[in-house]
Design a protein around this ligand. Structure first.
Ligand SMILES: [Zn+2]
Length: 423
């Protein structure tokens, strides 16, 4: 039953990885200058990497692993045509890409372009040019597996055998109920180069449902038989902690106050432009990002303020600091949550989540729900979140009692020696 665990001696650390995106470099530079850099790995978008060259060089020299995202998945969608990704050497400026752009002669040429690019920016690893597969029968699946191998060959031919090729599986979470589909996907991925396996599942993330969380964990457990370390991409909050705590993944990747969930539908239309995404303030005690206005509503009330105010003096001096430096606050607090879980032995992590972390979130949400805000929508949202938190706890308790052994996740492979020590 639930209390039978395998013996182990290794203390597997959970790797926390930052997606720098197109604005994250500013906060990264500040953290680095202040000697507060909490990351040993970072993902840079190829489309912004030239502009971020100095930061990449500085991080690389301090032992941070540099992972390159080719943005190939986005190039098969409208969003790729309206972003800097369309200027990449392997992009097409006139149309979105199709599987035949990545097979045969064009596929080989694109793999060579990516290999050269990775070598120039001195990447330690490259996410193979994979794409969103809507099912195991998607023509992209076989194409992507082949493209990953072509990239491996291209890097080897350039003498860059030390640049690792990771594989990112981008897929919807819903078909993962189907065992036949899961088997097809697992069989295909088994045939990819020996790097980490990244999962970017559409319809999942920080605010996903409890049922989706369970499906994700079970899917990742199934993929563990491939022997590849697994990294959950685009997740945050308690959902991310649960994936790691339940041994589904050995690494968590997210952005600076962004990319904590993923939905491919956002790729299907052209960006609306304007002033960019709204500022979001991380409230870890509520397992929630609050829009700036809502955070200010909390901070203006004496009792509500205690529920979200950052009390970590090494992170925020006061409420204003928390709002002004929202990205830094989110990065530091997420990192501390993951470190707090990671420093526990793997076999104690589930107990910590089920008896401490998740019930505490539920209690705080219930306190927040009882506050009489003038904003009815906010009260309704807090109620919905409190209910979700309760469901999440029940679903995970049930999952825990249904398995004899909670797997111990593999720590992601690193090509930077120092990183293996630091997680
Ligand atoms: Zn803070």
């Amino acid at each position: 039953m639930s209390n039978v665990y395998p013996l182990h001696r290794e203390h597997n650390l959970i790797s926390h990885i930052l997606r720098v995106g197109h604005t994250g470099h500013r906060v990264f530079e500040d953290l680095s200058a202040a000697g507060q850099m909490p990351f040993r790995r970072a993902v840079f978008d190829a489309s912004h990497s030239q502009r971020q060259h100095d930061l990449i060089a500085a991080l690389a020299s301090s032992g941070v692993e540099i992972v390159l995202d080719t943005k190939s998945a986005e190039l098969a969608y409208e969003i790729g045509m309206h972003s800097r990704a369309r200027d990449l050497p392997w992009a097409l400026s006139e149309r979105i890409q199709r599987p035949d752009d990545w097979t045969g002669v064009p596929g080989r040429a694109r793999a060579e372009q990516i290999a050269e690019f990775a070598q120039v920016i001195k990447a330690d690893a490259v996410l193979a040019p994979t794409h969103f597969i809507d099912s195991a029968r998607s023509p992209w699946l076989a194409t992507d597996v082949m493209a990953a191998r072509l990239l491996r060959d291209a890097l080897d031919a350039l003498g860059s055998k030390d640049i690792r090729v990771d594989y990112c599986l981008t897929a919807p979470i819903s078909p993962l109920r189907d065992q036949a589909q899961i088997d097809l996907v697992a069989r295909a991925i088994a045939d990819t180069p020996d790097g980490n396996l990244w999962l970017r599942l559409s319809g999942f993330g920080m605010t996903g449902s409890a049922a989706a969380l369970r499906r994700y964990i079970e899917f990742a457990w199934r993929l563990a038989s491939l022997g590849k370390p697994i990294i959950a991409d685009n997740v945050g909050g308690n959902a991310a902690l649960s994936l790691a705590g339940f041994g589904a993944v050995g690494g968590i990747c997210q952005g600076a106050a962004e990319r904590d969930s993923f939905n491919v539908s956002s790729w299907r239309s052209r960006p609306t432009g304007g002033r960019g995404p709204q500022k979001r303030i991380y409230a870890p005690a509520l397992d929630l990002f609050l829009p700036k206005k809502t955070a200010e509503t909390f901070l203006d009330r004496r009792y509500a303020r205690t529920l979200i105010l950052c009390k970590d003096q090494s992170c925020c001096r006061d409420a204003e600091d928390m709002i002004v430096n929202a990205k830094r606050h989110a990065i530091i607090q997420s990192n501390q949550q993951i470190s707090n879980l990671s420093r526990r032995p793997p076999l104690k992590r589930v107990d910590f989540l089920l008896t401490e972390a998740l019930p505490e979130t539920g209690r705080t949400l219930r306190k927040a729900r009882r506050i009489k805000f003038e904003d009815e929508k906010l009260t309704a949202r807090l109620q919905a979140l409190a209910d979700r938190s309760e469901r999440m706890l029940h679903v995970l308790e049930d999952l825990h009692s249904s398995v004899e052994i909670t797997p111990i996740p593999k720590t992601p492979i690193s090509t930077v020696k120092k990183v293996e020590q630091a997680g």
